[in-house]
Write a protein that binds this ligand. Structure first.
Ligand code: ATP
Ligand code: MG
Length: 246
């Protein structure tokens, strides 16, 4: 392990108002790696991504990004430093065109950067060029997800946080979104991706982190987490909570 982690959490506890939801989370993401975050409903996956981006309440612990603890920085400052977040659910402007949505993604950038940054994401996702003038709401679910990822990629993040990018998509569209995440990581971007499609996500990721009841339950290379009998049991219709208590 030579390179400094792209992101390092140490004993992070965070939540909402006066209620801590995730507890004592420690995690190190290798630069350019894809980490899948899995866990049941309410396990705290979205809360962890929000804590990294800074849109909920920090209680204690460190969030070290590029060698600096960023826990006190505003989300806008974290974005400026290279952390991008695509929240759970649809987050484009459906009545606006693909072009307008991409331009909105550029709102934090100097005007001279808009064109080259948009050109770069169009070369990564040529589909967006073919849909340039279409209303975003008329794109398929998978195409909208790609658009939403592209809307943050124009900021050229080094750390991309994606909350359930494949939710509600057909298997074919899920595969396209996973392929897009791989492309992005191949360009050196570190990705932390929450996924309910555990099987598909583990196939394309390097590392897996399993959360349960607000705590980290398991972490390891994606292949070994996939082969772990507790994970197989929990995600083949069993109950992960019972597995922990067993
Ligand atoms: N804005 C909020 N204010 C207060 N509590 C919240 C808020 N958002 C989530 N919670 C609570 O935090 C806990 C974890 O929720 P979270 O959304 O992080 O889970 P999740 O793992 O992302 O679940 P899902 O798979 O359903 O998206 C839940 O008990 C939830 O009720
Ligand atoms: Mg969630």
């Amino acid at each position: 392990m030579s390179a400094r982690p792209a992101l390092e959490l140490t004993a992070l506890t965070a939540g909402y108002r006066d209620v801590p939801i995730i507890h004592d989370i420690s995690l190190a993401l290798a630069p350019g790696s894809i980490t899948t975050l899995i866990g049941g409903n309410g396990a705290g996956k979205s809360t962890l991504l929000r804590a990294i981006y800074g849109t909920n309440r920090w209680f204690s612990g460190q969030i070290v990004y590029r060698g600096e603890d960023i826990h006190a920085l505003e989300p806008s400052e974290r974005l400026r430093r290279g952390i991008a977040f695509v929240p759970q659910g649809r987050c484009n402007f459906p009545s606006m065109s693909v072009a307008e949505n991409l331009k909105l993604g550029c709102y934090t950038l100097a005007a001279r950067l808009h064109r080259p940054r948009i050109d770069r994401v169009l070369s990564l996702f040529p589909m967006l060029r073919t849909k340039w003038s279409s209303a975003a709401g008329n794109l398929s679910g998978g195409e909208q997800q790609v658009l939403e990822i592209a809307m943050v990629l124009v900021t050229e993040p080094s750390l991309l946080l994606l909350d359930e990018p494949s939710l509600g998509l057909s298997p074919k569209m899920q595969a396209e979104v996973f392929a897009a995440v791989r492309d992005i990581a191949a360009h050196g971007v570190t990705a932390l991706v929450v996924e309910q499609n555990v099987h598909g996500a583990l196939l394309v990721s390097d590392t897996a982190v399993v959360m349960e009841l607000g705590r980290k339950f398991m972490e390891g290379p994606a292949a070994s987490v996939r082969d772990d009998p507790r994970i197989r049991e929990a995600y083949l219709g069993g109950n992960i909570k019972e597995t922990i208590e067993a």
